[in-house]
Design a protein. Structure first.
Lengths: 240, 190
């Protein structure tokens, strides 16, 4: 048996439902608009940067990249973040193999450089200020043999990344322990990571443990999993 | 050949498909959840919830590294022995805890807490999916992959269509196979 317990007529009910729908739809539209606006604002950042050129004549933003304001944590199996556990072994085709602890790294000639970094997943951060020791300076200390052709950066848990010798000895390649004035954060490889700005960022291992100079190339963790062996962002060398 | 004899293999195939499907549920949930999480790694950290907080301890903190660490831990009511205490600069001491680092400015008393909380389930699912542990998991993952292949192939032949495998099923199989082919073709591939 149907009883009318509500004082509202079906017409009022219909209007209320309509009003509720309009309210929810408006809220959804505004939120989507705000999110879209933020995305567009970020794209303005990319657009402005794309108009710039580097000293070598290449565009500042490599093709297929979107500029972000700060690094994103991209995973990996973390090593120990404790500075006391840190040990960097520089070995391979060198005259005087060297092991540096964290205090030793701090005592070395440190530089702070603003560099652009580019992740293979499509984001870039421009002018990230990394502080650390130039790989070139470390290479001078250990005396790299003429036979060396490649550098293998070694990270925690067996992660490796291979870089050509000339690219690893570029003046902006660092063993870094600070980013933007702060100690390196855990998601970015604390206490120490490599920074190789001219190549996609997987070539810059976090939780760095070693630098090995080798005669023959040794494709690293991602290079043996389908990623490009060289990884030049301007040539979009993402995959093999 | 009598029709009954011809069709006898289908019940066995259906039974295999069903039981293999049941067995695959747990692993499929792990791999699917992790796949969704890792697929969007450029948007978020699929393993950790990263956080940062700044605390003011109200003025310079004197003493050696151990005294600084003790003072900070007491002030923040942290009941955990530090894994490491390290002076990285004249006025900066790092206090390392299990899931967090306290960056202490001894000249101002400012403490920046930077930490990571492992994401529930996803941390483990990603570890399994990416086979970070290696060892026996490689064998399990291989067996699962072979199981999925078996499920896919057995699924095609499980039910007899009116036109055999050339009917509706074939259209869907072709449509599914066309997705990666079209994507690679249109995107230019690797």
């Amino acid at each position: 048996m149907a009883t009318d317990k509500s004082p509202r007529t079906p017409e009022i009910e219909r209007l209320l439902r309509r009003r509720d729908f309009i309210r929810k739809a408006t809220t959804g539209t505004v939120l989507a608009g705000l999110a879209g606006g933020l995305y567009v604002l970020d794209d303005v950042l990319t657009g402005e940067a794309k108009a710039e050129s580097r000293a070598d004549g290449r565009p500042r933003v490599p093709p297929g990249q979107r500029v972000l304001r700060q690094l994103k944590p991209m995973g990996g199996t973390p090593g120990s973040p404790n500075p006391s556990d840190f040990s960097l072994t520089i070995h391979g085709e060198v005259e005087r193999p060297l092991t540096l602890d964290f205090a030793g790294l701090l005592r070395s000639d440190n530089v702070e450089l603003a560099v652009d970094v580019h992740c293979v997943t499509g984001w870039s951060v421009l002018g990230a200020r990394f502080k650390g020791v130039r790989v070139r300076d470390l290479a001078e200390r250990v005396g790299v043999k003429d036979s060396a052709r490649h550098v293998i950066f070694e990270g925690a848990h067996g992660y490796t990344a291979n870089v050509r010798l000339d690219e690893a000895l570029a003046p902006d390649v660092l063993v870094a322990h600070r980013l933007d004035g702060r100690a390196l954060a855990r998601p970015h490889g604390a206490p120490v990571r490599a920074v190789v700005p001219s190549l996609y960022f997987w070539k810059s291992p976090k939780w760095l443990t070693g630098i090995k100079f080798v005669r023959r190339d040794e494709p690293g963790y991602w290079e043996t999993r389908g990623y490009n062996n060289h990884a030049d962002p301007w040539l979009e060398e993402r995959y093999a | 050949m009598p029709e009954g004899r011809r069709l006898r293999w289908r019940p066995w195939l259906r039974a295999l498909h069903r039981d293999l499907g049941y067995t695959a549920v747990g692993l499929t949930v792990i791999y699917a959840l992790s796949g969704l999480a890792v697929n969007h790694i450029e948007d978020w950290d699929p393993n950790f919830d990263n956080y940062e907080a700044v605390h003011q301890l109200g003025g310079p903190i004197a003493g050696d590294d151990a005294a600084v660490a003790r003072r900070v831990l007491d002030a923040l009511a942290i009941d955990e022995a530090p894994a490491d205490v390290f002076r990285v600069d004249t006025d900066e001491v790092q206090v390392l805890l299990g899931d967090a680092t306290l960056h202490v400015r001894t000249d101002s008393g400012e403490v920046r807490e930077e930490g990571q909380r492992p994401r529930f389930l996803l941390r483990v699912a990603n570890w399994l999916h990416l086979n970070r542990g290696k060892k026996a998991w490689t064998t399990i993952a291989d067996a699962y992959a072979i199981g999925l292949l078996t499920l896919a192939v057995s699924g095609v032949f499980m039910l007899p269509g009116r036109r055999g495998i050339l009917g509706r099923g074939a259209l869907f199989v072709l449509a599914g196979a066309a997705i990666p082919v079209l994507y690679v073709t249109l995107s230019g591939g690797p």
